[in-house]
Design a protein around this ligand. Structure first.
Ligand code: HEC
Length: 141
């Protein structure tokens, strides 16, 4: 009987501890928004070339700071991410020679990363939704 009681007490303690720690994890989790998700995608997929501050690498990878591409047509942006780009863009009088490979991202990931880029590094432009990306991609193929 003593052992049964002890077992009971231990399992109650374990149960209350696990529900306590679960609550803690949830309350510390960062709220997921297009900007927070977009930043994670940017860090993984774009940062190696376009750099943490969006400044790019002179003559190799162009900057993403207030360029006509970043602030401009969503159709062009979705096309660049979906198909890549290899035409040698010129930005602020500097030419860039690296090709950009197509990015293997879902509609939602493209929407989030473009929303992040269009509203980071000093940029200010409208958000991009997954539905918009889907509609644009349907016409690309
Ligand atoms: C392997 C390096 C590389 C990666 C990874 C990469 N890019 Fe690029 N990106 C380039 C290069 C190089 C160009 C210019 C291509 C050209 O001149 O034809 C470019 C062009 C662009 C442009 C148009 C030009 C400008 O600077 O405004 C945008 C927008 C862009 N990239 C966004 C992104 C985003 C967003 C990601 C991540 C999802 C990404 N790129 C990933 C290398 C890269």
């Amino acid at each position: 009987m003593k052992y049964l009681l002890l077992l009971f007490a231990v399992s109650i303690a374990a149960l209350s501890f696990s529900s306590f720690s679960e609550k803690k994890v949830v309350s510390f989790q960062q709220k997921s928004t297009p900007m927070t998700r977009g930043k994670v995608i940017y860090t993984q997929y774009c940062l190696p070339c376009h750099q943490a501050d969006g400044g790019g690498v002179l003559h190799l990878n162009p900057p993403l700071i207030k360029t006509s591409y970043v602030l401009g047509s969503k159709v062009t942006l979705v096309e660049i991410l979906t198909k890549g780009l290899n035409k040698g863009v010129e930005i602020d009088g500097d030419s860039y020679t690296n090709p950009m490979p197509a990015q293997n991202l879902t509609d939602q990931q493209v929407a989030d990363v473009l929303t992040f880029v269009r509203n980071s590094f000093g940029n200010k432009a409208s958000a991009v939704s997954a539905a918009e990306v889907k509609a644009i991609r349907a016409k690309l193929k």
